[in-house]
Write a protein that binds this ligand. Structure first.
Ligand code: ADP
Length: 521
């Protein structure tokens, strides 16, 4: 990948900035060859990789080095894009929003600073991967369980900062952040919450602190570089009951939403519940050509063949009950009663307990197996996620499902979707799989994505997270009072980062010098 310079920066000025960075981190940690740049591209890009091309990367090993780099970036007017491990797959990977941005790779900062077993938290640096923390806990037999997203390759901090989630009681990862250490765009260093006291004893214990609460300001934003984060972990439960069920028709989704939502809101079920369409049973274990070689999206007859050969339903889901056996049994009774009104099917149940750990799944473990799905079409595979938040009502969810499926059909893309029942909302992750080497297919992917963003916005549903290429479009759909939220975000951006050096364009927030008129996608 040839060099694209940051806007307004000459080659000489760029080289001078890299030399200054090298003075802080050492020459070997400034990565600026063509090959280096390629490593930080979006490996699943459906469009031109050059849309989000980094100019170099710099990899500090300490908070002090991050501060020094940020100060130099201000002096040399070099934009920086922080990444923790850069595995934000489906949303841009390690690539920056704006071409020419230098990646601030925090992967070397990977210390697990504290794990507190009785109080259930850890304090970690951004480079700590899900595998690292899992190894640490298992090697020391610490009875705390992690919550791990489908692709366990990334970092615990990076995932929480993007509002990643998983189907566990602690699955809303950003909600389990309790205190951060942040390098501001000025280079200043703050600790949030109770950590703002130099001798705090309660930093990872009380989320709110005194006065305004800042943790969530640094989530999905470009207001700071998080160098340390405290995250709550779940105490190992006494028992886990795992209940699985499949339902045969697309419209069964409706009653499932109506049954599961009150159980979630009332706390009978405590985790996001993923209701996943049939296709994932095929995408991770086979290629599309083994099932269908015709034109357009997979037809219903092939869908039924996949369901029968893979022994799955149109929708498939797992419920888990965690805790004391007596309480689980009472909850199981309530769940069974709620389902009995709609189906005669019984759950398949496995029972894990600390005393009998070989029965059924216990502690979550990281895996990258689901990434196998990108091989669905062959070629250089890729995936995108379209993720609107929908009210948990059968009618609305069914309408959203059918409308989305129609768009997939129009664009000849196989419909693949999970509806996560999260209590007062449903997060609908629609997976778009493609072969990056097929320009006709990738053009259809963009046609599909554009249509989905517009359709959802028209219904009042926004996305919870999106790919770099769609950040402006999604941000523009949050349009109350002439895009008042955008104005607020920009006011904060200008105050904290007047030189606009941190992650320009992240989540649609641009520094003043690079800003288009408010609300324009
Ligand atoms: P992961 O390795 O878990 O996949 P990434 O490192 O790809 O996560 O991070 C996802 C996104 O979150 C990044 O593109 C960046 O916008 C933001 N981000 C990640 N780490 C930090 C951090 N330490 N400070 C500020 N923003 C971050």
């Amino acid at each position: 990948m040839s060099l694209v310079l940051p806007p307004g920066v000459t080659r000489a000025a760029f080289d001078a900035a890299l030399a200054a960075f090298a003075g802080v981190v050492g020459r070997q940690w400034v990565l600026a060859s063509d090959e280096d740049r390629e490593t930080y591209l979006d490996i699943y890009a459906a469009g031109d990789e050059a849309d989000h091309a980094p100019s170099a990367a710099v990899a500090p090993e300490s908070t002090e080095q991050v501060q020094a780099i940020v100060r130099l970036a201000n002096a040399h007017r070099i934009p920086l894009w922080p990444i923790s491990r850069g595995k934000n797959f489906g949303y841009g990977g390690s690539a920056p929003r704006m071409s020419g941005t230098v990646i601030l790779d925090l992967g070397r900062m990977k210390r697990i600073l504290e794990v507190n077993e009785p109080l259930g938290y850890c304090i970690i640096e951004p480079g700590v991967g899900f595998y690292d923390l899992h190894d640490y806990l298992t090697a020391r037999k610490i009875p705390l369980w992690m919550s791990i997203p489908g692709n366990g390759w990334g970092s615990v901090v990076g995932n929480a900062l993007e509002r990643g989630f998983a189907a566990t009681p602690y699955g809303d990862h950003t909600a389990n952040i309790c205190g951060m250490e942040v390098v501001l765009p000025s280079g200043d260093l703050v600790r949030t919450g109770m950590g703002a006291m130099a001798n705090s004893r309660a930093w990872p214990l009380f989320k709110h602190g005194f006065g305004p609460s800042w943790d969530q300001i640094f989530v999905q934003s470009n207001y700071g570089v998080v160098t340390r984060l405290a995250l709550w972990l779940m105490p190992q439960p006494e028992e886990v009951l795992t209940l699985t069920m499949s339902v045969p028709e697309p419209d069964d989704l409706g009653w499932l939403i109506d049954v599961l939502t009150p159980l979630r809101i009332r706390g009978v079920l405590e985790h996001p519940i993923g209701i996943t369409s049939y296709l994932s049973a095929a995408t991770t274990t086979s290629q599309r050509s083994e099932w269908y070689q015709g034109e357009g999206a997979i037809p219903e007859s092939v869908i039924r063949e996949i369901m029968s050969k893979r022994a799955v339903g149109w929708w498939n889901f797992t419920l888990r009950l965690y805790g004391h056996a007596e309480i689980n049994q009472a909850r199981l009774n309530v769940v069974r009663r709620a389902f009995a009104a709609h189906t005669r099917q019984q759950f398949q149940i496995t029972r894990w307990s600390a005393a009998n750990p070989t029965h059924g799944p216990g502690a979550p473990a990281p895996t990258v197996a689901p990434l196998q799905m990108i091989n669905w079409h062959g070629g250089r595979g890729g995936h995108l996620g379209f993720s609107p938040v929908v009210p948990p009502e059968a009618g609305r969810v069914l309408e959203q499902m059918h409308a989305t499926r129609r768009r997939y059909d129009e664009c000849g893309i196989d419909y693949s979707s999970t509806f996560y029942v999260c209590g007062r909302h449903v997060t609908n992750i629609n997976l778009i799989l493609y072969n990056r080497d097929d320009p006709h297919m990738t053009a259809n992917v963009h046609r599909l994505f554009d249509a989905l963003v517009k359709d959802s916005a028209a219904k009042g549903y926004g996305e919870y997270r999106t790919h770099l290429s769609y950040m402006d479009q999604v941000a523009a759909s949050f349009d109350f009072n002439g895009h008042a939220l955008q104005r607020l975000n920009e006011t904060v951006k200008d105050a904290l980062d007047p030189n606009g050096i941190l992650a320009p364009g992240k989540n649609g927030i641009w520094p003043r010098a690079l800003r288009k008129p408010t609300g324009s996608p």
